[in-house]
Design a protein around this ligand. Structure first.
Ligand SMILES: *Cc1c(COP(=O)(O)O)cnc(C)c1O
Length: 452
């Protein structure tokens, strides 16, 4: 029996479905940076499952490791009982990732999703410090369960909770008021003043680049300043590296460049390397004070995901070749976006409502859009808030899958798999330019080119 897949899904699945509405095709196959739908139409994937597929779809070496593991009747589910796959992943993670970086963390498997890792991080921070509050940041995104939502900025997502989200204080992120005001000084004043009305939090939770929040980049000095505040006021520093980690924004961990030492790190999305669910909460040994079973969960360590995770680390992270190539292609993306913002003045007007460029770059011309990002997470913010969504829609018609970000979806966010070839990368960038031109026309925003 053949079924109408799209009708079956829309008739049966909850209204909550979302990406299916932006990318209305029925996908069947995928390989590397390409996805194919049931009509045989091919799409270049510049979304990569929101950075779950940093190594592309169905990487042949990872697939082989997975198939070998499954076909030999190796164990799939084991709660948190000992397994060979678990031990091998932990050994490889320590040897290839932690030890060479001089990092000492205990690995907690908190459940298979990112929000599970965040919940565990918040809990352990409160337990360690015996305090209730968590400091979070404007435009942050940390997941959809109640604890994670309470430290998430987006009003639409927050109201879905249906109850007051408390036990957290939202503070201004890097450049929230523009580049002139250092928000670390503001937070320092709030914490120092016993009349500020702010209780000392157990921890601060931060993303080095706010991916969902609009690709807002925290600079090195700001992250170092936040670390210093955490030490000064005896708070834990939690870095949520779920989307920015696994090589997306530079090193394996996005905070390596800033040289900071978080007390707790959350890792998920691309850690399995293959799109299989896996999440980690990394905890400095002195703070690993859980009682056995105090934070439990059925799917804590899905063995097949640990198998592909181990293979991923061996394939990509033994030396810095991959990391350097990601940096090079990240620059290709950034140069392209800078060119777009200069060539098409319609992209711009320095784009924030606050009237100041929140990420000034030397190349950002007055009246241009605002390109920003780190590594292979690059983005362009538009003054016209309909433009990014329109480009995404047009790009899909041209065979490119690309998402928007930011509280008003005003940011076009490029997240190709890190393994995308230069040729495919260029192909995708060309589609973005073509789609921008069409989007400007369709929205009636096209200005006459100078000299015409
Ligand atoms: C995706 C994401 C999460 C939540 O992960 P889920 O697997 O969707 O629960 C948390 N934090 C960040 C930064 C993310 O990008």
């Amino acid at each position: 029996m053949t079924i109408d897949s799209m009708a079956t899904i829309t008739d049966n699945e909850s209204q909550v479905r979302s990406y299916i509405r932006n990318f209305p095709a029925v996908f069947k196959k995928a390989k590397g940076s390409w996805i194919e739908d049931i009509e045989g139409r091919k799409y270049l994937d510049f979304f990569a499952g929101a950075s779950v597929l940093n190594y592309g779809h169905n990487h042949p070496e990872l697939k082989k490791a997975l198939i070998d593991y499954l076909s030999n009747d190796n164990i799939t589910h084991s709660l948190d009982m000992a397994s060979v796959a678990r031990a091998e992943f932990l050994e490889t993670f320590k040897r290839i990732i932690l030890d060479p970086r001089g990092m000492d963390y205990r690995v907690q498997f908190p459940g298979p999703t990112g929000t599970n890792a965040v919940e565990a991080a918040l809990k352990i921070a409160r337990k360690v410090k015996g305090r209730e509050k968590i400091m979070s940041f404007t435009s942050a995104f940390h997941g959809m369960s109640l604890g994670s939502l309470s430290v998430t900025g987006n009003a639409f997502k927050r109201q879905g909770a249906g109850l007051p989200l408390t036990h957290s204080d939202s503070m201004p992120y890097c450049n929230y008021f523009g580049p002139e005001q250092n928000t670390i000084e503001y937070i320092d004043r709030m914490l120092a003043d016993s009349g500020s009305g702010m209780d000392t939090p157990a921890a601060a939770i931060v993303e080095t680049v706010q991916a969902e929040g609009g690709v807002n980049v925290a600079d090195k000095e700001w992250l170092q300043g936040l670390e210093a505040l955490c030490r000064k006021y005896d708070m834990l520093l939690i870095v949520d590296d779920i989307q920015t980690g696994n090589g997306r924004c530079g090193g394996f961990f996005s905070f390596e460049e800033a040289g900071i030492k978080p007390d707790v790190v959350t890792v998920s999305k691309s850690i399995s390397g293959y799109g299989l669910p896996l999440a980690l909460t990394l905890i400095r040994p002195e703070f690993d004070i859980w009682e056995p079973g105090e934070h439990n969960g059925t799917f804590r360590g899905f063995n097949p995901a640990m198998v592909t995770a181990k293979r991923t680390l061996e394939l990509f992270w033994q030396d810095d070749t991959f990391e350097k190539d990601v940096a090079r292609r990240g620059r290709m993306m950034r140069d392209f976006l800078t060119m777009l913002s200069e060539k098409y003045p319609e992209t711009g007007g320095c784009p924030t409502d606050r009237g100041t460029c929140i990420n000034p770059t030397k190349s950002c011309p007055k009246g241009g859009g605002c390109p920003r990002g780190r590594g292979m997470m690059q983005a362009l913010e538009f003054a016209n808030h309909d433009l990014a969504s329109k480009i995404s829609e047009v790009a899909f018609r041209h065979g490119l899958i690309i998402e928007t970000a930011g509280p008003d979806d005003q940011v076009l966010k490029l997240l190709p798999p890190l393994t995308t070839s230069d040729e495919d990368l260029q192909k995708g960038l060309n589609i973005i330019e073509k789609s921008l031109v069409t989007a400007l026309e369709e929205l009636g925003l096209k200005k006459k080119a100078s000299g015409e």
